[in-house]
Each structure stands twice: as C-alpha cells, then as structure tokens.
Design a protein around this ligand. Structure first.
Ligand code: HEM
Length: 418
C-alpha cells in the first residue's frame, strides 16, 4: 500500500488505512476549506488502470448531501454507487435497484417495500429481541471475548436467515459471503485471493442460494421474504429470476455488514464515552431509542454512496459537469458542525433526528432502516441490562472506503452468574 503524501487524498487506499479519528480531521478540513472537493481516480483493485480514469467530487456538508440525495433527476444512481467504478456487468448482477433510477427503481423498490412496512416490522420485534437474548445468553457468562465474533456478526446473520427462511446447510456459507463481499480492500478478509475474484466469488455464492431458494418457494410457499418476492406483483409485473438474484445480493450485504459494524461500533463508542454508557444503563428502555440514533450518527456504518451528475449543476459555487461522479460522505455530514453541536462527542440525549446514517433522504433512503433500528435497540437493551460494564477499548478496524468496519473487538465484562 502506498504512503499518504497528501492528508486529504481520499482516492488513496492509505487514507482508508488510517484511524477513523485521523480521517475525521481530514473531513473537518474539507468542510471548512473546500466542502466540494475534487479527487483523482480512486486507487482501484477492481478495474485495470487504463479503465480506471474517472476522478470524483466529494460532498462533505450535510445540506449538500441532502440536496444531492433528494434530486435524483440531477444526481443519478444508475452508473454506480461507490467511489470506485465497477464494470457494468458487476453492477447489474450485484447491486439491484440501489444502482437504478426511476422508473425501474420505483417499480422494483415498490415490489419489495410492503415487506418492510411498519406493521410487519412490529411483528419482527419480538423475534429480533429473542435472537438478541439468545446471543447474550450464550456469551454473558464468559467474561471476555471478541464481541464481533460472539454477537455483532451472528446477530444480523440470524435475522437475515430467518427473514429469508435460509436452510441450515446454506446459512453459514451465505452469511459469510454477505459479510465479506464489501471487504475486497482488506487482505485479511480476502486471504490472498485477488480482489475482483473475491468479489465475484461472494456474488456467485449468494446468487446460487437465491436461485435455489426461489425455485423451492415457488413449489412450496412459506412465510418468508423469498415467498413474498416470487409472488409479489407491481403494476401487473413480477420480478424475474435475475432481478430476484440481484436483490438477494443487495439485501444480504445491506442487512448484514452494516448492522454488524453498527453494533460493534456501539460497544466501542460506549467504552470511549463512559458517561454516556452510565446514562444508558440508568434507563435502558427509556433512552434506548435515542442511543440507537446517536450510535448511527456517531458510527456512520456506511461511509458513502455515490451519484453521477446527469446535468451540469453548481454546488456551493463549484461547477459540476454532466457525467462527473459525485460522492456523498455521510460520515462527514454526520459531523457537520452547522448541524450537530460537539459532533465528535457521543451524546445520547441530543436531538439527532437529522443524522444521515441511512442516507440524506430521497428515493433511495435505506429500505431496511426499521429492521436495523429494531435490531440495534434489542441488542443495546440486552447488553446494557445484562453485562453493563462491557468494555472494548481497542478495535481492529477494517481497511475500507465504503464500510466503517471493525474486524475484531476484544471485550471484557463482569460475567453473569449461570
Ligand atoms: C445500521 C444499518 C444500516 C445502515 C447504516 C444502512 C444505510 C443505508 C444507506 C446509507 C443507504 C443508501 C441511501 C441512499 O443512497 O440515499 C441504504 C440503502 C438500502 N438499505 Fe440500508 N442500512 C442499514 C441496514 C439495512 C438493513 C437491515 C436492510 C435490509 C433488511 C437494508 C436495506 C437497504 C436497501 C434495500 C437499500 C437500497 C434502497 C434503494 O436504493 O431504494 N439496510 N442503507
């Protein structure tokens, strides 16, 4: 990995290997000095150098991220959603409607949206809480261990498995692929496999599972999301097998990785801000929801999404041309001093309704936000009632420019008596 000659070089892999606090300082400088910031092509593992020629604009202010998110006729999602470019084939098979514009986006999101409506989410609450309780039951007596391995990783995996009705023989391989897919930048995760091959392997594992599940549910419907997907119609149209496969990949990744890193980030944050942990422990049920929102703001589990300008536009006096890539940095919007007082502090009592962890609003706003919120609330409730002194000061951070991740989180706590 190259060393970082310029501290604001977002395109360099070395930038993303730095501690998140150092990255925060760079974003603070951009917000203050050059909030619409130009970078050269992102150092890429996925495209050969001759094809990796596009630089990108960064939006670092909360208001600009909101503006771009809510104006899809200017800022398109259809040409890719990451600062690094993927080949169009990869985008098609792996990203589903998150990388589409209306009308196709509206149609496919519409087919799936009912499954995520608040009434259904309320039904989920009790079994999500059950999964959280089971996991804490399994680890509370230990007194120490890697929080990622014990809780953060299995929790979203179990929820996703039940949601889709995954069979036990598929479960482990599918969840592993979902959780590793976005980590092509970290050699510890790819284990020596070329990044593009790693990415393609994960996608193929997920698509094969989806194809098998879809066939089974057509023949023998159940009460899971796959049954919903094979049966759902939107304006007389059903999803094709290819569309179901791509949606399965999108959801597997969107649901697993983000929630995993949000919960590990929460335990780390409450270790750093012991006063906030004390406030939460004092009234876990009453302060749990505020704590979840603040953790989402503070951690920003998804660092960015990208758009592409499809017409010339001016943002804060900076001309952006049609065809330019524009990256929306949620991690920076969530630290914008104009919106949040003392943005670097965790403060579970603050008014944090405007955080951008689920995006800046608009048509792509996170479809699974209610599932994520319910999962995090259940986990925080179980953890901070049963093992309230859990402490995890030294995370091993993932090297990645898309996910704000923690690979391992060694933790200690007073063991619960059995
Ligand atoms: C802490 C957890 C999560 C975070 C931080 C998160 C964040 C995000 C963000 C930032 C976006 C893009 C918003 C935009 O481009 O405007 C997004 C989209 C999406 N998320 Fe989440 N997400 C989380 C959990 C989940 C879960 C649990 C699911 C599913 C069960 C999910 C499903 C989706 C889907 C399907 C989209 C694409 C929506 C569209 O393009 O219309 N997410 N999420």
């Amino acid at each position: 990995m190259s060393t970082l000659a310029d501290p604001l070089d977002l395109a360099a892999k070395a930038f993303w290997a730095q501690h998140p606090d150092v990255r925060d300082e760079a974003f603070a400088r951009m917000r203050a000095e050059k909030p619409v910031f130009w970078s050269g092509p992102a150092e890429s593992d996925l495209l050969p150098p001759e094809e990796n020629v596009n630089g990108f604009w960064s939006l670092t202010k909360h208001a600009d991220i909101q503006f771009a998110s809510r104006n899809p006729k200017i800022f398109s999602s259809a040409q890719g959603i990451t600062m690094e470019d993927f080949s169009p084939e990869m985008t098609e098979i792996a990203q589903s409607f998150i990388a589409m514009d209306a009308p196709r986006h509206t149609q496919l999101r519409g087919i799936t949206m009912d499954a995520f409506k608040p009434g259904n989410m309320r039904k989920l609450e009790s079994w999500v809480r059950g999964h959280a309780r089971d996991l804490i039951d399994e680890m509370a007596h230990l007194g120490s261990g890697d929080f990622v391995e014990l809780v953060a990783e299995p929790m979203p995996g179990r929820i996703f498995g039940s949601f889709f009705g995954l069979k036990p023989e598929h479960h482990q391989e599918t969840i592993r692929a979902a959780q590793d897919l976005l980590s092509w930048t970290d050699p510890d995760v790819t284990g020596g496999v070329e990044p593009l091959e790693h990415f393609a392997n994960c996608v193929m594992t997920l698509r094969l599972t989806a194809a098998e599940l879809a066939e089974e549910r057509r023949a023998d419907p159940g009460e899971d999301l796959m049954t919903w997907l094979v049966e759902a119609e939107w304006e007389g149209e059903r999803m094709t097998d290819d569309e179901i496969g791509a949606f399965f990949v999108l959801l597997a990744v969107a649901a697993n990785d983000t929630t995993r890193h949000a919960s590990a980030g929460a335990v780390h944050a409450f270790t750093r801000f012991a006063d906030q942990r004390a406030l939460l422990v004092e009234d876990v049920e009453g302060r749990g929801e505020g704590a979840v929102e603040e953790v989402l703001r503070y951690v920003s589990p998804l660092l960015h999404m990208r758009r592409t300008a499809i017409q010339d536009v001016e943002v804060r006096g900076q001309q952006i041309k049609a065809g330019d890539k524009v990256v929306l940095w949620y991690c920076s919007g969530n630290r914008d001093e104009e919106v949040f007082d003392h943005p670097y502090d965790l403060d579970i009592l603050r008014d944090n309704r405007r955080h951008q962890a689920f995006g800046g609003g608009g048509p792509h706003f996170c479809l699974g936000n209610a599932v994520a919120r319910t999962t995090l609330k259940s986990l925080l409730s179980e953890i901070y009632t049963r093992i309230p002194d859990i402490s995890a000061p030294e995370p091993d951070f993932l090297v990645a420019n898309f996910i704000n991740g923690i690979k391992h989180l060694p933790a200690t706590w007073t063991p619960e008596a059995r």
